[in-house]
Design a protein around this ligand. Structure first.
Ligand code: NAP
Ligand code: MG
Length: 500
């Protein structure tokens, strides 16, 4: 189903939606052994949407057994690469055929604007699966430079059973970033979506099996972090965990691995990304448009949100005025209305957390120049205004902690060296942007900022061909996207042969 981005068509499509609410294990929909469920709600209305199967350790164990059986059978792990590619390409086609439905599921469950889900999240999800599929039969192994009496093969083999634990901010896309390369490498998967957004992940597992993915290769166990998530982290027969979420929860997975079977752990965590604008930035209108995207896109619920605008003092007032003008054009409201650029916060406790940061900004002496309040309360949803603080120092709480809301902090600087120090004065290192016309400065500062991705004269995470992940406490052990993502889902094997 493709979706016409027009209110009447959207309402009609919503009325026809059927939610898949069970776990998906060994190719079938199943209930939790305990019979327990939890409610998922629409954060734009505060109304319940569906009752989802709540998996616990026993269900995770069942899914791991199915994944292990599929892995050991070789039905996927030893499938001819070109055949594996064909199945994943068909999976991408099934996603594409159901793109409108997947976009609506993410909008309804996460409060994300339908325009973003339909034109960015789901197309990127499909591209991700297709790109990794196409890579499968183009990756070669190695022969080492041994002497004439030996032959040494250096092979990449799938890791085995991979546990994936993902967040709610880009529900379908975060699933794709994990399962694309993990399936391409031949692994079996047990995935736990975020408690707040299970629907698109469950549907994706069903579509994968429709495309010919063998039963047991991709299992989905919806449930809570402390139960289902922890059970994956501590399972003795899970070979690897690929996690995206907060730094706080990422740490738990290192502990779970240490206390269980030393499973491999790859973490993609939070950020507090700087946008550094020099006085010679090419065009302040373009900078302003990018700064608004960086600060407010996806309601700031974005790991690479450019929440710290570090701007040269000589252009600060002019740029901030332009940013405020652009930000006013980003309408916040019903995420099903395609004219809205911004939807709701993910849940009430998160809205309260964001409002708490706004209060902290005021209390610490930052100057609130735009927004700052909860809005649209009559909807029952959790909306907050686009908010800008000027005169922020990098010591303030709003400049140090990940807010995960539409709150931009403006910090000024005098010299290039000072700008780099401020940019790097953070525990995080996921992404950064810089704006200058000076080519030498662009290279110097891009190398000087300790972050996984630095975009120059734009706000961007690159595309599917570029690795994504963080320095410092933004990440651990690997990268999402690109060919480098394949490596983390494989083991390196040496076969050393004696020749007669
Ligand atoms: P979160 O609270 O860390 O949750 C992430 C996942 O971990 C969820 O599935 C969650 O389940 C699970 N979890 C929670 N507590 C757990 C525990 N004790 N043991 C095992 N699993 C547990 O993160 P979030 O609030 O969903 O997402 C926001 C965070 O994700 C932000 O920090 C953001 O920066 C980060 N993020 C990073 C990237 C990146 O690529 N670097 C991309 C997107 C988001 P529940 O849903 O039940 O809590
Ligand atoms: Mg959470």
């Amino acid at each position: 189903m493709s979706l016409k981005l027009e209110s009447k068509a959207i309402r009609a499509a919503v009325a026809k939606l059927k939610f898949r609410t069970s776990a998906f294990i060994d190719g079938k929909f199943v209930k939790a052994q305990s019979g327990e469920t939890f409610i998922t709600e629409n954060p734009a209305t505060g109304q319940p949407l569906a009752e989802i199967t709540a998996c616990a350790a026993a269900d995770v164990d069942r899914a791991v057994k199915a994944a292990r059986k599929a892995f050991d059978s070789g039905v996927w792990s030893r499938m001819k690469p070109s055949d594996r590619k064909a199945v994943l390409l068909k999976f991408a086609d099934r996603l594409e055929a159901n793109a409108g439905e997947l976009a609506l599921l993410d909008t309804l469950e996460a409060g994300k604007p339908i325009g973003d889900c339909a034109t960015m999240d789901i197309p990127d999800t499909i591209t991700c699966i297709r790109w990794h599929a196409e890579a499968i039969d183009k990756i070669y192994n190695h022969v080492s430079p041994t002497g004439p009496d030996n032959l040494a093969l250096i092979l990449r083999e799938p890791v085995g059973v991979v546990g994936c634990v993902v967040p709610w901010n880009f529900p379908a896309q975060m699933v794709a970033w994990k399962i694309g390369p993990a399936l391409a490498a031949g692994n079996s998967i047990v995935l736990k979506p975020a408690e707040l957004t299970s629907l698109s992940a469950i549907r994706m597992a069903e579509l994968a099996v429709e495309a010919g993915l063998p039963a047991g290769v991709f299992n989905v166990v919806p449930g809570l972090g402390e139960t289902a998530g922890q059970a994956i982290g501590r399972h003795m027969d899970v070979d690897m965990v690929a996690f995206t979420g907060s730094t706080e929860v990422g740490r738990y997975f290192l502990k779970y691995a240490a206390e269980s079977n030393l499973k491999r752990v790859v973490l993609e965590c939070g950020g507090k990304s700087p946008q550094v604008v020099f006085a010679d930035a090419p065009d302040l209108d373009i900078v302003a448009a990018n700064a608004v995207s960086a600060g407010f896109w996806n309601m700031g619920e974005n790991c690479s949100c450019g929440s710290r605008l570090i701007v040269h003092k000589s252009i600060k007032d002019k740029l901030v005025a332009k940013i405020a003008k652009v930000a006013k054009t980003w309408k916040t409201g019903d995420p099903l209305d395609p004219s809205n650029r911004l939807g709701s916060m993910i849940e009430k406790p998160h809205l309260e957390k964001v409002l708490g940061y706004i209060a902290a900004g005021k209390a610490e002496g930052a100057r609130l120049i735009m927004g700052g309040k909860q809005i649209l309360q009559k909807s029952g949803g959790y909306f907050v205004e686009v908010t800008i603080f000027d005169e922020v120092t990098n010591k303030m709480k709003i400049a140090r902690e990940e807010i995960f809301g539409p709150v931009l902090s403006v910090i000024s600087f005098s010299t290039e060296a000072e700008a780099v120090v401020i940019a790097n004065d953070t525990n995080y290192g996921l992404a950064a942007s810089l704006y200058t016309q000076d080519l030498n400065r662009a290279h110097r500062v891009a190398r000087g900022i300790r972050a996984g991705t630095v975009s120059v004269n734009c706000f961007s995470e690159g595309d599917i061909t570029t690795p994504f992940g963080g320095y410092k406490q933004s990440g651990f052990g690997g990268r999402d996207k690109s060919i480098w993502a394949h490596e983390q889902y494989s083991e390196l094997k040496t076969i050393w042969m004696q020749l007669a």
